[in-house]
Design a binder for this molecule. Structure first.
Ligand SMILES: [Zn+2]
Length: 313
């Protein structure tokens, strides 16, 4: 009686455990996991775009990790090594790529490289127009100078949903070429993403409609394409990664006072100290908006709301 009960209690867990072990042993990775395209992108929003179009067939990593600055980023040796497994690299022409692109390409000769800016009407980077007496802490080394002279146009193309639609079309075509078996999925995902972007575009237009003051003050001018699409003017504080010198700063403060700016926008990848100093001088507050958020649509809605709010709508 007793031994029988014990044996049942002992045996049952053993059987369950054995079943689990057998199950785990047989659970080979699903075909979807094996077949996934390995894709690297330069910045986080691009990761979101590739995932929107690629769905379950892609595994995407962003080179510039969260919290880091694409203007000064250096890929880690681990990231460069991981490129040997990649099928595709999607570049956006952000400044670190001007220095690193050759290394990135040579890490894997078979890897395709898609330039997300192809066919996009690039604008030039906004600079504050109050003289050239920069006194910033950066751009002193040769490498920094190279970063800045190598920049061709404003690299922050993804802040415009209209441009993202174009980029999504190129991503779709590239994925179909690399993985024609899932062409239907890529087309369907692309269509859904375009619908999302169209809705986003309409929402932003509605949020910014009737905002009387179309100018907004921003530390790092990452919002040029957004501003161009929605009839806004970004007024940058820094220029090409450098803080303005004392003369430019005085002029800027005078200008901000005249325009009665209530908010200075900063982004998390930059030290807000300098913007806070300007804000104090003009009695404005500092508000953070992030051009590198992976949560693309919700983030852009928040940005439109913040700009409308700062303008007093
Ligand atoms: Zn930037």
């Amino acid at each position: 009686m007793m031994p029988k009960a014990i044996s049942r209690f002992v045996l049952l867990p053993v059987l369950i455990l054995a079943a689990c072990v057998v199950d785990a042993g047989l659970a080979a990775p699903s075909p979807a996991e094996v077949d996934r395209l390995h894709i690297f992108v330069s910045v986080l929003p691009l990761k979101t775009f590739v995932e929107k179009v690629g769905g379950e067939h892609v595994q995407v990593q962003a080179m510039v990790r969260p919290g880091h600055n694409p203007h000064t980023y250096d890929p880690t040796p681990k990231q460069i090594a991981a490129l040997s497994e990649a099928n595709l690299y999607v570049r956006a022409g952000v400044p670190f790529e001007h220095i690193w692109m050759e290394r990135i390409r040579s890490a894997n000769a078979k890897m395709q490289v898609l330039d997300a800016r192809t066919g996009i009407d690039l604008r030039s980077m906004d600079v504050h127009d109050q003289g050239d007496d920069h006194a910033g802490p950066v751009a002193t080394s040769d490498q920094e100078n190279e970063r800045h002279t190598a920049v061709e146009g404003d690299p922050h193309v993804w802040t415009s949903p209209r441009i993202v639609k174009q980029m999504a079309g190129r991503i779709r075509d590239e994925l179909i070429e690399l993985d024609p078996r899932h062409a239907q999925d890529y087309r369907r995902n692309y269509d859904a993403f375009v619908t999302e972007l169209d809705t986003l575009d309409r929402d932003i237009r509605a949020l910014l409609e009737g905002v009387p003051n179309r100018r907004f003050l921003v530390f790092h001018p990452a919002w040029g394409y957004f501003a161009r699409d929605y009839g806004l003017i970004q007024v940058p504080i820094e220029s090409e990664g450098k803080e303005p010198g004392p003369r430019a700063l005085t002029a800027l403060i005078e200008q901000a006072k005249r325009e009665r700016a209530k908010v200075i926008f900063v982004q998390p990848q930059y030290d807000p100290k300098f913007a806070a100093e300007v804000a104090r001088a003009i009695g404005a507050r500092v508000l953070s908006i992030d051009p590198l958020s992976p949560d693309y649509s919700a983030n852009l809605r928040r940005v439109a709301q913040a700009i409308a709010g700062a303008a007093g709508k």
